[in-house]
Design a protein around this ligand. Structure first.
Ligand SMILES: NC(=O)c1ccc[n+]([C@@H]2O[C@H](COP(=O)([O-])OP(=O)(O)OC[C@H]3O[C@@H](n4cnc5c(N)ncnc54)[C@H](OP(=O)(O)O)[C@@H]3O)[C@@H](O)[C@H]2O)c1
Length: 263
């Protein structure tokens, strides 16, 4: 099941399009002729990308600044899409951040914000646009999880749990969508040098990650597009990350917790 063909009244809504993986995915969708709706909080970055994509590919690029962790802001985003008369036929749920701290030392509000963005916003936007895709018999949903999704991670507990939600949720929707004309894929990157390390306070953690696991945002976006084209359920970019994901997923939990907790 491939990505739907672009039309003048449909749009690819990409969250987290102001930076990193989301920006790279938005570029690829625009290059294929999809109109894009770029969503994140930083309006200047979104406007610069929209101008670039409209100019280079002659597509319609909308900018909707939105704090996706805020339910009222998500209502305004949906209202703006209605006002523009645009149908979302590609939904890229990609915005996210992580917290890298033991839970006893964590900031409560930041932990809750993380769940609101990585879990609640993904559920909400998918609930808003996936059912209509199924009714129309065309559409695509991509959710960015992480290799963190495959096992619990001490020191990164709520982030790993939020991405485990994204993985489980999206895999289930992939099965529900079978035969409907809608593609549903979960993207599970390993480490990628983006704004994520600054936004998530992950520099110390990143410094310990072997070089073989790193991929660029462009490599990850290419893997995501290929997986959407092929109707894949899960994509983990890079062989070393696929091996790590399998170890995380299938090793006994006491072993995983001991190894991951030791770092
Ligand atoms: N980089 C990695 O190592 C890595 C690995 C595995 C998975 N991931 C996942 O990949 C996804 C993209 O991250 P990235 O690596 O591209 O990092 P990034 O460069 O920091 O991009 C994150 C994007 O999310 C947006 N965002 C953050 N909080 C938001 C909010 N409250 N409302 C709306 N947008 C918000 C940011 O835009 P604004 O700041 O402008 O709002 C930005 O566009 C995330 O879900 C992340 O968990 C990343």
């Amino acid at each position: 099941m491939a990505l739907p063909d672009p039309t003048p009244t449909t749009t690819a809504l990409v969250t987290g399009a102001s930076s990193g993986i989301g920006q790279a995915i938005a570029r690829r969708l625009a290059a294929r002729g999809h109109g894009v709706t770029l969503v994140a909080r930083r309006e200047d970055e979104l406007r610069a990308l929209a101008a670039e994509l409209a100019d280079e590919h002659g597509i319609r690029a909308e900018v909707v600044p939105c704090d996706l962790a805020d339910p009222a802001a998500r209502d305004r985003l949906a209202a703006e899409l209605d006002r523009l008369g645009l149908e979302v036929d590609v939904l890229v749920n990609n915005a996210g951040f992580g917290t890298y701290v033991t839970f006893a030392e964590a900031d409560r509000e930041r932990e809750v914000e993380q769940v609101r963005l990585n879990v609640e916003a993904v559920t909400d936007l998918t609930a808003r646009y996936f059912p209509a895709m199924v009714r129309r018999g065309r559409g695509a949903v991509l959710v960015t999880a992480s290799t963190a999704a495959f096992q619990p991670l001490p020191g990164n507990a709520a982030y790993a749990a939020s991405k485990a939600f994204a993985l489980s949720f999206t895999e289930a929707l992939h099965a529900e969508a079978a035969g409907s004309g809608v593609t549903v894929t979960v993207l599970c990157p390993g480490p990628v040098a983006t704004g994520f390390q600054d936004a998530s306070g992950a520099h110390e953690f990143a410094g310990k990650v072997p070089k073989a696991l790193w991929r660029s945002a462009d490599q990850v976006a290419d893997a995501a597009m290929q997986a959407l084209d092929r109707g894949r359920r899960v994509v983990v970019p890079g062989l070393p990350n696929r091996i790590g994901a399998a170890l995380g997923r299938f090793s006994p939990r006491p072993v995983v917790l001991k190894v991951m907790g030791a770092g």
